[in-house]
Design a binder for this molecule. Sequence first.
Ligand SMILES: [Zn+2]
Length: 437
Amino acid sequence: MVFYSPGRTTSYPDEPPHSGIRYHYLGGGNEVGNVGCVFEDKLGTRMLLDYGLAPTDPPKYPHESPYVKDAVITHSHVDHLGMAPWLCSNHRTTLHGTPLTAEISHMMWNDCYKVSRIEGYPLAWDKRDIDIAISSWNTHKFGDTWHKDSWKLNLSRAGHIPGAAMLNVETDTHKLLFTGDFDTRDSQLVSGAEPEKCDILFIEGTYGGKDHPNQEDTIKSFVDRILEISDRGGTALIPAFANGRTQDIVMTLHKYLPELDVHVDGMGKQIAKLQMKHPEFLRSPSDLEEAWRWCRRVSSKSDRKKALEADCIVSTSGMMDGGPAIWYLNRLRTDDRNAVIFTGYQAEGSGGRMLLNEKNVKIWGKRTPINLEVNQFSFSTHAGHSQIVEFASKCNAETVVIYHTDPNTARPRLVEELEKNGHIVHSPINGKSKIIE
Ligand SMILES: [Zn+2]
Protein backbone atom coordinates (compact mmCIF):
# COMPACT_ATOMS: atom_id res chain seq x y z
CA MET A 1 0.00 0.00 0.00
CA VAL A 2 1.22 3.50 -0.74
CA PHE A 3 1.09 5.81 2.21
CA TYR A 4 1.81 9.40 1.43
CA SER A 5 1.52 11.69 4.39
CA PRO A 6 1.51 15.12 2.77
CA GLY A 7 4.51 17.19 3.78
CA ARG A 8 5.93 14.52 6.08
CA THR A 9 7.14 11.67 3.92
CA THR A 10 8.80 13.70 1.18
CA SER A 11 12.57 13.49 0.76
CA TYR A 12 12.73 16.94 -0.82
CA PRO A 13 14.92 19.54 1.04
CA ASP A 14 13.10 22.27 3.01
CA GLU A 15 15.27 25.22 1.98
CA PRO A 16 15.84 26.60 -1.51
CA PRO A 17 19.35 26.15 -2.98
CA HIS A 18 21.89 28.91 -2.17
CA SER A 19 22.47 29.48 -5.86
CA GLY A 20 21.82 27.95 -9.28
CA ILE A 21 18.97 25.56 -10.07
CA ARG A 22 18.15 22.50 -8.01
CA TYR A 23 16.46 19.50 -9.59
CA HIS A 24 15.14 16.46 -7.78
CA TYR A 25 13.52 13.42 -9.40
CA LEU A 26 10.66 11.84 -7.47
CA GLY A 27 10.47 9.19 -10.19
CA GLY A 28 11.61 8.62 -13.75
CA GLY A 29 15.16 9.78 -12.99
CA ASN A 30 16.80 6.39 -13.47
CA GLU A 31 13.89 4.41 -14.93
CA VAL A 32 11.42 4.63 -17.81
CA GLY A 33 8.05 6.18 -16.95
CA ASN A 34 6.74 7.13 -13.51
CA VAL A 35 8.00 10.70 -13.98
CA GLY A 36 8.09 13.51 -11.44
CA CYS A 37 10.80 16.20 -11.31
CA VAL A 38 10.88 19.15 -8.89
CA PHE A 39 13.07 22.14 -9.77
CA GLU A 40 13.71 25.29 -7.79
CA ASP A 41 15.86 28.44 -7.80
CA LYS A 42 17.47 30.32 -4.91
CA LEU A 43 14.44 32.57 -4.46
CA GLY A 44 12.32 29.54 -3.71
CA THR A 45 10.38 29.55 -6.97
CA ARG A 46 9.56 25.89 -7.38
CA MET A 47 7.69 23.74 -9.86
CA LEU A 48 6.97 20.10 -10.60
CA LEU A 49 7.23 18.55 -14.05
CA ASP A 50 4.84 15.60 -14.53
CA TYR A 51 3.57 13.28 -11.82
CA GLY A 52 2.85 9.82 -13.18
CA LEU A 53 2.68 6.21 -12.18
CA ALA A 54 3.97 3.27 -14.17
CA PRO A 55 1.08 0.91 -14.99
CA THR A 56 3.29 -2.17 -14.63
CA ASP A 57 2.30 -5.24 -12.64
CA PRO A 58 2.65 -4.29 -9.78
CA PRO A 59 2.53 -0.56 -10.60
CA LYS A 60 5.38 1.77 -9.65
CA TYR A 61 4.75 5.05 -7.85
CA PRO A 62 7.01 8.10 -7.60
CA HIS A 63 8.19 9.46 -4.24
CA GLU A 64 5.88 11.85 -2.50
CA SER A 65 5.95 15.34 -3.95
CA PRO A 66 6.71 18.27 -1.63
CA TYR A 67 4.23 21.16 -1.64
CA VAL A 68 4.08 22.66 -5.13
CA LYS A 69 1.72 25.43 -6.18
CA ASP A 70 2.20 24.63 -9.86
CA ALA A 71 2.92 21.51 -11.91
CA VAL A 72 3.37 21.18 -15.66
CA ILE A 73 1.97 18.04 -17.24
CA THR A 74 3.79 17.41 -20.52
CA HIS A 75 1.26 14.97 -22.02
CA SER A 76 -1.66 12.69 -21.29
CA HIS A 77 0.05 9.31 -20.80
CA VAL A 78 -0.57 7.77 -17.39
CA ASP A 79 3.15 7.50 -16.56
CA HIS A 80 3.23 11.32 -16.70
CA LEU A 81 -0.08 12.28 -15.06
CA GLY A 82 -1.36 9.27 -13.14
CA MET A 83 -0.56 10.81 -9.73
CA ALA A 84 -1.85 14.32 -10.47
CA PRO A 85 -5.20 13.80 -8.66
CA TRP A 86 -3.25 13.19 -5.43
CA LEU A 87 -1.35 16.43 -5.97
CA CYS A 88 -4.44 18.52 -6.63
CA SER A 89 -6.37 16.99 -3.77
CA ASN A 90 -3.59 17.35 -1.16
CA HIS A 91 -1.77 20.51 -2.25
CA ARG A 92 -4.39 22.26 -4.41
CA THR A 93 -1.74 22.35 -7.11
CA THR A 94 -2.56 24.08 -10.39
CA LEU A 95 -1.88 21.86 -13.42
CA HIS A 96 -0.46 23.50 -16.54
CA GLY A 97 -0.63 21.83 -19.92
CA THR A 98 -2.13 22.08 -23.38
CA PRO A 99 -5.94 22.14 -23.79
CA LEU A 100 -5.86 18.70 -25.44
CA THR A 101 -3.82 17.15 -22.61
CA ALA A 102 -6.33 18.59 -20.13
CA GLU A 103 -9.31 17.19 -22.07
CA ILE A 104 -7.86 13.69 -22.37
CA SER A 105 -6.61 13.66 -18.74
CA HIS A 106 -9.91 12.78 -17.07
CA MET A 107 -10.37 9.79 -19.39
CA MET A 108 -6.90 8.57 -18.45
CA TRP A 109 -7.57 9.05 -14.72
CA ASN A 110 -10.91 7.25 -14.93
CA ASP A 111 -9.28 4.39 -16.80
CA CYS A 112 -6.42 4.26 -14.28
CA TYR A 113 -8.96 4.12 -11.46
CA LYS A 114 -10.93 1.37 -13.21
CA VAL A 115 -7.82 -0.73 -13.89
CA SER A 116 -6.66 -0.33 -10.28
CA ARG A 117 -10.02 -1.76 -9.11
CA ILE A 118 -9.91 -4.66 -11.56
CA GLU A 119 -6.27 -5.54 -10.89
CA GLY A 120 -6.61 -4.83 -7.18
CA TYR A 121 -3.67 -2.46 -6.91
CA PRO A 122 -3.62 0.50 -4.52
CA LEU A 123 -3.97 4.11 -5.59
CA ALA A 124 -3.06 7.07 -3.39
CA TRP A 125 -6.17 8.94 -4.62
CA ASP A 126 -9.83 8.12 -5.08
CA LYS A 127 -12.58 8.95 -7.52
CA ARG A 128 -13.48 12.31 -5.92
CA ASP A 129 -9.91 13.49 -6.42
CA ILE A 130 -10.39 13.19 -10.18
CA ASP A 131 -13.01 15.97 -10.03
CA ILE A 132 -10.61 18.21 -8.11
CA ALA A 133 -7.86 17.50 -10.65
CA ILE A 134 -10.16 18.29 -13.58
CA SER A 135 -10.95 21.70 -12.09
CA SER A 136 -7.23 22.39 -11.45
CA TRP A 137 -6.19 22.85 -15.06
CA ASN A 138 -4.75 26.08 -16.41
CA THR A 139 -4.23 25.47 -20.13
CA HIS A 140 -1.74 27.10 -22.49
CA LYS A 141 -1.40 26.97 -26.26
CA PHE A 142 2.01 26.36 -27.80
CA GLY A 143 4.10 29.54 -27.70
CA ASP A 144 1.91 31.46 -25.22
CA THR A 145 4.07 32.86 -22.41
CA TRP A 146 3.00 32.82 -18.78
CA HIS A 147 4.80 33.90 -15.62
CA LYS A 148 5.53 32.42 -12.25
CA ASP A 149 7.34 34.87 -9.96
CA SER A 150 10.29 35.98 -12.10
CA TRP A 151 10.18 32.92 -14.37
CA LYS A 152 8.93 33.06 -17.93
CA LEU A 153 7.42 29.81 -19.22
CA ASN A 154 5.98 28.44 -22.42
CA LEU A 155 5.12 25.13 -24.04
CA SER A 156 6.18 23.96 -27.48
CA ARG A 157 5.50 20.93 -29.66
CA ALA A 158 7.15 17.68 -28.52
CA GLY A 159 5.93 15.32 -31.30
CA HIS A 160 5.14 11.98 -29.55
CA ILE A 161 1.31 12.31 -29.32
CA PRO A 162 -1.12 15.15 -30.07
CA GLY A 163 -0.96 17.83 -27.37
CA ALA A 164 2.42 16.63 -26.02
CA ALA A 165 4.57 19.57 -24.98
CA MET A 166 8.12 20.48 -24.12
CA LEU A 167 8.50 23.05 -21.33
CA ASN A 168 10.72 26.12 -21.71
CA VAL A 169 11.63 28.00 -18.52
CA GLU A 170 13.60 31.24 -18.38
CA THR A 171 14.77 31.90 -14.81
CA ASP A 172 16.91 34.89 -13.75
CA THR A 173 20.02 32.82 -14.36
CA HIS A 174 19.29 29.94 -16.74
CA LYS A 175 17.27 28.84 -19.71
CA LEU A 176 15.85 25.34 -19.17
CA LEU A 177 14.20 22.99 -21.64
CA PHE A 178 12.35 19.81 -20.58
CA THR A 179 11.51 17.56 -23.52
CA GLY A 180 8.91 15.33 -21.83
CA ASP A 181 8.42 12.29 -24.08
CA PHE A 182 9.45 13.59 -27.46
CA ASP A 183 10.31 12.70 -31.04
CA THR A 184 11.84 14.85 -33.73
CA ARG A 185 10.44 12.60 -36.48
CA ASP A 186 6.98 13.17 -37.92
CA SER A 187 4.33 10.48 -37.44
CA GLN A 188 0.99 10.29 -39.28
CA LEU A 189 -0.60 12.11 -36.33
CA VAL A 190 1.92 14.74 -35.25
CA SER A 191 4.87 16.71 -36.58
CA GLY A 192 8.21 16.31 -34.82
CA ALA A 193 9.76 18.51 -32.14
CA GLU A 194 12.17 21.33 -33.04
CA PRO A 195 15.31 22.01 -30.97
CA GLU A 196 15.52 25.28 -28.99
CA LYS A 197 18.59 26.99 -27.58
CA CYS A 198 18.96 26.42 -23.83
CA ASP A 199 21.55 26.17 -21.04
CA ILE A 200 20.18 23.07 -19.36
CA LEU A 201 18.40 20.37 -21.31
CA PHE A 202 16.37 17.70 -19.50
CA ILE A 203 15.94 15.02 -22.15
CA GLU A 204 14.19 11.64 -22.16
CA GLY A 205 16.51 8.76 -23.05
CA THR A 206 14.11 5.84 -23.56
CA TYR A 207 15.88 4.83 -26.77
CA GLY A 208 19.48 5.57 -25.72
CA GLY A 209 21.86 3.25 -27.57
CA LYS A 210 19.16 2.18 -30.02
CA ASP A 211 18.30 3.53 -33.39
CA HIS A 212 14.89 3.08 -34.97
CA PRO A 213 14.65 1.22 -38.27
CA ASN A 214 13.80 3.46 -41.21
CA GLN A 215 10.14 4.54 -40.90
CA GLU A 216 9.28 3.87 -44.54
CA ASP A 217 10.74 0.37 -44.40
CA THR A 218 8.72 -0.37 -41.26
CA ILE A 219 5.50 0.82 -42.88
CA LYS A 220 6.23 -1.18 -46.02
CA SER A 221 6.79 -4.46 -44.20
CA PHE A 222 3.76 -3.79 -41.97
CA VAL A 223 1.56 -3.16 -45.01
CA ASP A 224 2.90 -6.24 -46.84
CA ARG A 225 2.23 -8.40 -43.82
CA ILE A 226 -1.37 -7.15 -43.45
CA LEU A 227 -1.97 -7.83 -47.15
CA GLU A 228 -0.66 -11.38 -46.85
CA ILE A 229 -3.06 -12.08 -43.99
CA SER A 230 -6.07 -10.57 -45.73
CA ASP A 231 -5.23 -12.32 -49.03
CA ARG A 232 -5.44 -15.71 -47.35
CA GLY A 233 -8.80 -14.80 -45.83
CA GLY A 234 -7.52 -14.03 -42.34
CA THR A 235 -8.05 -11.17 -39.90
CA ALA A 236 -5.11 -9.23 -38.48
CA LEU A 237 -5.65 -8.32 -34.84
CA ILE A 238 -3.62 -5.18 -34.14
CA PRO A 239 -3.41 -4.40 -30.41
CA ALA A 240 -2.71 -0.66 -30.02
CA PHE A 241 -2.57 1.86 -27.17
CA ALA A 242 -5.58 4.13 -27.03
CA ASN A 243 -3.80 7.45 -26.81
CA GLY A 244 -1.81 8.06 -29.99
CA ARG A 245 -1.03 4.64 -31.41
CA THR A 246 -4.61 3.64 -32.32
CA GLN A 247 -5.11 6.78 -34.42
CA ASP A 248 -1.63 6.53 -35.94
CA ILE A 249 -2.28 2.94 -37.08
CA VAL A 250 -5.74 3.71 -38.48
CA MET A 251 -4.26 6.62 -40.47
CA THR A 252 -1.46 4.38 -41.78
CA LEU A 253 -3.95 1.70 -42.87
CA HIS A 254 -6.19 4.31 -44.51
CA LYS A 255 -3.26 5.81 -46.40
CA TYR A 256 -1.69 2.59 -47.68
CA LEU A 257 -4.54 0.05 -47.71
CA PRO A 258 -7.75 2.02 -48.35
CA GLU A 259 -9.35 -1.04 -49.98
CA LEU A 260 -9.33 -3.02 -46.72
CA ASP A 261 -12.10 -3.37 -44.17
CA VAL A 262 -10.73 -1.97 -40.90
CA HIS A 263 -12.60 -1.96 -37.57
CA VAL A 264 -11.57 0.01 -34.47
CA ASP A 265 -12.42 -0.73 -30.85
CA GLY A 266 -11.45 0.54 -27.38
CA MET A 267 -10.84 3.91 -25.72
CA GLY A 268 -8.93 5.12 -28.78
CA LYS A 269 -12.30 6.00 -30.33
CA GLN A 270 -13.13 8.64 -27.72
CA ILE A 271 -9.57 9.96 -27.75
CA ALA A 272 -9.71 10.43 -31.54
CA LYS A 273 -12.83 12.58 -31.09
CA LEU A 274 -11.03 14.82 -28.60
CA GLN A 275 -8.02 15.07 -30.91
CA MET A 276 -10.28 16.20 -33.77
CA LYS A 277 -11.74 18.88 -31.47
CA HIS A 278 -8.22 20.33 -31.21
CA PRO A 279 -6.95 20.34 -34.80
CA GLU A 280 -4.08 22.71 -33.94
CA PHE A 281 -2.28 19.75 -32.33
CA LEU A 282 -2.52 17.50 -35.41
CA ARG A 283 -0.14 17.30 -38.35
CA SER A 284 -3.07 17.01 -40.75
CA PRO A 285 -6.55 17.30 -39.20
CA SER A 286 -8.21 16.38 -42.50
CA ASP A 287 -6.16 13.15 -42.77
CA LEU A 288 -7.33 12.04 -39.33
CA GLU A 289 -10.94 13.01 -40.08
CA GLU A 290 -10.94 11.09 -43.37
CA ALA A 291 -9.31 8.03 -41.86
CA TRP A 292 -11.80 8.15 -39.01
CA ARG A 293 -14.81 8.34 -41.32
CA TRP A 294 -13.36 5.49 -43.37
CA CYS A 295 -12.78 2.96 -40.57
CA ARG A 296 -15.67 1.16 -38.87
CA ARG A 297 -15.99 2.11 -35.20
CA VAL A 298 -17.20 -0.75 -33.03
CA SER A 299 -19.87 0.45 -30.60
CA SER A 300 -22.05 -2.56 -29.81
CA LYS A 301 -21.92 -6.30 -29.26
CA SER A 302 -23.17 -6.97 -32.77
CA ASP A 303 -20.52 -4.61 -34.20
CA ARG A 304 -17.95 -6.65 -32.34
CA LYS A 305 -19.15 -9.87 -33.93
CA LYS A 306 -19.11 -8.26 -37.37
CA ALA A 307 -15.52 -7.14 -36.80
CA LEU A 308 -14.46 -10.81 -36.68
CA GLU A 309 -14.99 -10.89 -40.46
CA ALA A 310 -12.83 -7.78 -41.08
CA ASP A 311 -9.35 -7.59 -42.62
CA CYS A 312 -8.00 -5.73 -39.58
CA ILE A 313 -9.13 -5.00 -36.04
CA VAL A 314 -7.29 -2.21 -34.23
CA SER A 315 -8.03 -2.43 -30.50
CA THR A 316 -6.82 -1.79 -26.97
CA SER A 317 -5.08 -2.93 -24.90
CA GLY A 318 -1.78 -2.37 -26.69
CA MET A 319 -0.01 -5.02 -24.59
CA MET A 320 -2.85 -7.58 -24.51
CA ASP A 321 -3.50 -7.00 -20.83
CA GLY A 322 -7.26 -6.90 -21.17
CA GLY A 323 -9.57 -4.67 -23.16
CA PRO A 324 -11.51 -5.79 -26.23
CA ALA A 325 -8.29 -7.17 -27.81
CA ILE A 326 -8.57 -10.20 -25.51
CA TRP A 327 -12.17 -10.83 -26.54
CA TYR A 328 -11.13 -10.72 -30.21
CA LEU A 329 -8.11 -12.96 -29.66
CA ASN A 330 -10.30 -15.55 -27.96
CA ARG A 331 -12.56 -15.66 -31.03
CA LEU A 332 -9.81 -15.44 -33.66
CA ARG A 333 -7.40 -17.97 -32.14
CA THR A 334 -9.07 -21.06 -33.63
CA ASP A 335 -8.41 -20.15 -37.28
CA ASP A 336 -4.74 -20.08 -38.21
CA ARG A 337 -5.32 -17.77 -41.19
CA ASN A 338 -5.64 -15.02 -38.54
CA ALA A 339 -2.63 -13.30 -36.99
CA VAL A 340 -1.61 -10.85 -34.27
CA ILE A 341 0.41 -7.78 -35.23
CA PHE A 342 1.98 -5.76 -32.41
CA THR A 343 2.75 -2.13 -33.10
CA GLY A 344 4.97 -1.35 -30.14
CA TYR A 345 7.08 -2.46 -27.25
CA GLN A 346 5.67 -5.29 -25.07
CA ALA A 347 6.74 -4.85 -21.44
CA GLU A 348 8.10 -7.63 -19.25
CA GLY A 349 5.18 -9.47 -17.67
CA SER A 350 2.60 -8.21 -20.18
CA GLY A 351 0.24 -10.47 -22.12
CA GLY A 352 1.93 -9.39 -25.33
CA ARG A 353 5.36 -10.46 -24.09
CA MET A 354 3.92 -13.85 -23.05
CA LEU A 355 2.40 -14.28 -26.49
CA LEU A 356 5.70 -13.43 -28.19
CA ASN A 357 7.88 -15.61 -25.97
CA GLU A 358 5.66 -18.47 -24.85
CA LYS A 359 2.85 -18.52 -27.40
CA ASN A 360 0.17 -18.24 -24.77
CA VAL A 361 -1.91 -15.48 -23.20
CA LYS A 362 -4.15 -15.17 -20.16
CA ILE A 363 -7.74 -15.14 -21.38
CA TRP A 364 -10.30 -14.53 -18.60
CA GLY A 365 -7.54 -15.43 -16.13
CA LYS A 366 -6.62 -18.72 -17.80
CA ARG A 367 -3.40 -19.35 -19.70
CA THR A 368 -4.47 -20.19 -23.22
CA PRO A 369 -2.15 -21.47 -25.98
CA ILE A 370 -2.28 -19.32 -29.14
CA ASN A 371 -1.15 -20.94 -32.37
CA LEU A 372 -1.41 -17.86 -34.55
CA GLU A 373 1.42 -16.11 -36.32
CA VAL A 374 2.62 -13.14 -34.29
CA ASN A 375 4.64 -10.22 -35.62
CA GLN A 376 5.97 -7.05 -34.05
CA PHE A 377 6.62 -3.70 -35.69
CA SER A 378 7.98 -0.55 -34.08
CA PHE A 379 5.79 2.50 -34.47
CA SER A 380 7.52 4.19 -31.54
CA THR A 381 7.16 7.96 -31.20
CA HIS A 382 10.13 8.40 -28.87
CA ALA A 383 13.32 9.85 -30.33
CA GLY A 384 15.94 7.21 -31.13
CA HIS A 385 19.59 7.45 -30.09
CA SER A 386 20.75 9.56 -33.05
CA GLN A 387 17.79 11.93 -32.76
CA ILE A 388 18.52 12.48 -29.04
CA VAL A 389 22.19 13.25 -29.65
CA GLU A 390 21.44 15.55 -32.58
CA PHE A 391 18.71 17.36 -30.65
CA ALA A 392 21.02 18.08 -27.68
CA SER A 393 23.66 19.40 -30.00
CA LYS A 394 21.23 21.70 -31.86
CA CYS A 395 19.91 23.01 -28.53
CA ASN A 396 23.48 24.05 -27.78
CA ALA A 397 22.91 22.87 -24.21
CA GLU A 398 25.86 23.21 -21.86
CA THR A 399 24.36 20.71 -19.42
CA VAL A 400 22.24 17.71 -20.40
CA VAL A 401 20.22 15.75 -17.82
CA ILE A 402 19.18 12.33 -19.15
CA TYR A 403 16.09 10.91 -17.51
CA HIS A 404 13.21 8.50 -18.37
CA THR A 405 15.81 5.90 -19.30
CA ASP A 406 17.22 2.54 -18.35
CA PRO A 407 20.27 3.43 -16.23
CA ASN A 408 22.16 0.22 -17.06
CA THR A 409 21.85 -0.14 -20.80
CA ALA A 410 20.39 2.92 -22.53
CA ARG A 411 21.90 5.74 -20.49
CA PRO A 412 25.63 4.85 -20.48
CA ARG A 413 25.69 4.93 -24.28
CA LEU A 414 24.05 8.34 -24.35
CA VAL A 415 26.37 9.70 -21.67
CA GLU A 416 29.40 8.58 -23.63
CA GLU A 417 28.33 10.18 -26.87
CA LEU A 418 26.97 13.39 -25.34
CA GLU A 419 30.21 13.91 -23.37
CA LYS A 420 32.18 13.38 -26.55
CA ASN A 421 30.14 16.23 -28.04
CA GLY A 422 31.21 18.51 -25.18
CA HIS A 423 28.06 18.52 -23.01
CA ILE A 424 28.24 18.24 -19.23
CA VAL A 425 26.04 15.22 -18.63
CA HIS A 426 23.98 14.40 -15.54
CA SER A 427 22.54 10.97 -14.68
CA PRO A 428 19.86 11.66 -12.06
CA ILE A 429 18.83 9.18 -9.37
CA ASN A 430 15.34 9.21 -7.86
CA GLY A 431 15.18 10.92 -4.48
CA LYS A 432 18.58 12.68 -4.79
CA SER A 433 18.84 16.46 -5.25
CA LYS A 434 21.41 18.05 -7.55
CA ILE A 435 22.31 21.70 -8.09
CA ILE A 436 23.43 23.14 -11.40
CA GLU A 437 25.38 26.39 -10.91
ZN1 LIG B 1 4.32 9.22 -23.43
